[in-house]
Design a protein. Sequence first.
Length: 83
Amino acid sequence: MEYAALKGMCERLRISAVERQGTRIAVRFHPETMLDQPSWSPVVRSRTGIKLDPSGVLWMEIKRGESIPAALRNVLLGLQGQG
């Protein structure tokens, strides 16, 4: 159920992929995704271990014991302006 909700959020934000690489999550946006700077800044500052690289990939560091779906949901809500 939670994964279906996350998938819907990703589709609305035009995220092309979410990948786990060890303790990091890469959120890759579709090339045509248009998120303005005001929506990015609070999200990047919202937690430690999160950054946007020059290629437009949002990287999240996941803490030991942290729920990956919950962490991802919080970041996606922030990108939607609801976090």
